[in-house]
Design a protein around this ligand. Sequence first.
Ligand code: DUC
Ligand code: ZN
Ligand code: ZN
Length: 487
Amino acid sequence: MQSFDFVIRNGTLVTATDTTHADVAIAGGRIAAIGRDLAPGTRDIDAAGKFVMPGGIDAHAHIEQLSASGLINSDTFETATKSAALGGTTTVLCFAAQHVGMSLTKVVEDYHALARRGAIVDYGFHMILADPREEVLRDELPPLIKAGHASLKVFMTYDRLRVDDMQLLDVLMAARENKALVLVHAENHGMITWLSKRLLAKGYTAPRYHAVSHPRLGEVEAFTRLIAFAEFIDQPIMIYHVSSAEGVGVIRAARGRGLKVFAETCPQYLFLTKHDLDKPGIDGAKWMCSPPVRETSDQEALWQALCLGDLQLISSDHAPYAFNEKGKLMAGPSANFKQIPNGMPGLQARLPLLFDAMVSKGRFGAQKFVEWTSTAPAEIYGLAPRKGSIAVGSDADIAIWDPDKRVTFADADVVDGAGYTPYAGRTVRGWPITVLRRGEIIAENGRCVAAPGSGEFVARDGGPAAEPLGRLAPEFDTERNFGAQLY
Ligand code: DUC
Ligand code: ZN
Ligand code: ZN
């Protein structure tokens, strides 16, 4: 008879497609059996009255990263992934961020070294390209993608990081040639810069004006241009952190035409509004991210877009900056909104906020919760079938949720480097009480019990998501372009 390391008994097992009462047996870090009356394991966990769900996959987290502000985020792989584990997340996809002039190969090596030392959950890297020089795309990119980093991120705004139209086309083409997904921060840089200048000149400097300085039409323009480029090159894309109803409209139209446009939103756009930035003095800086949080009507449009499949997943965009001179207040306590780094922590709060809204309060339910926070990111980013579900043969990445446990978010409980939570004072019902990563308990009853560095790199290929549609723009079609071979 097969022997098991763990058997999780009597729980309600939830995947993206099913909800059943079944036991789950784990051997050698993988799911070994699912059924009733399984043989005892070395250790049995009684999950009666609890939900047994796949560990969360957070596909958008800035960890110990050199960011657009020129600062490193206020955490380390250890603190960030500890917060992830405590919040029920067992895999993160973060960034290896190339800035102008850097070798991409060296950048990727450096981030690997940081993660090897500190990571508690499993991880992979998207490669940020701020300087897609010819030799980077030709010589460095192909082996890095082959080594398991099959996603490229570009910014259409931020002075330090943004690519222009030609560079964006080059990156899309390089991704197509090497079968990688392209992930994009898409906002119109000119509109943001122009509007910010006018606001500041008129003395509107407080954090709340950050919400005004990123017009929703900036999302519309950038999404539209990006999608046209992606269609032209026939390259699948992922649009990051969709924040507005209008942005959703552009994506819906593109998907309606059959284009391979994936898109995510984040808890901050579902649970916060611009009024959260409207605090005395500079306090609103804690709620500053880009794009900014918007209106209640946008929240509703985003939920509907998730439900309709226009958006496929919810990531945190974890990007913490401490509320001190090493973070949000790097330019001092009287800084204007342009001098404040953008971003907020989210690795720990993402799943409890969504569990509360979707499972405890019943909106869309437990299976959609699993789909949008684990299964869809696994499938889109090439982590499936190893991650993202509870199935025989998959990694035993499991979060056991107590649906009755109430927790009120408080700054005192924050373990990432931000030192504050944007959700302080908010009470959620439902909390991950036991979290297993590859069959090892990493968090239990609010304590992280795994060693820093025990997380493993997960190599990913582009998979079906990165496969081009095969629809050639007329200019790329040799039968219609006088025979020019452009691919
Ligand atoms: N915006 C970004 O583009 N990245 C990190 C955080 C943020 O707010
Ligand atoms: Zn971004
Ligand atoms: Zn981001």
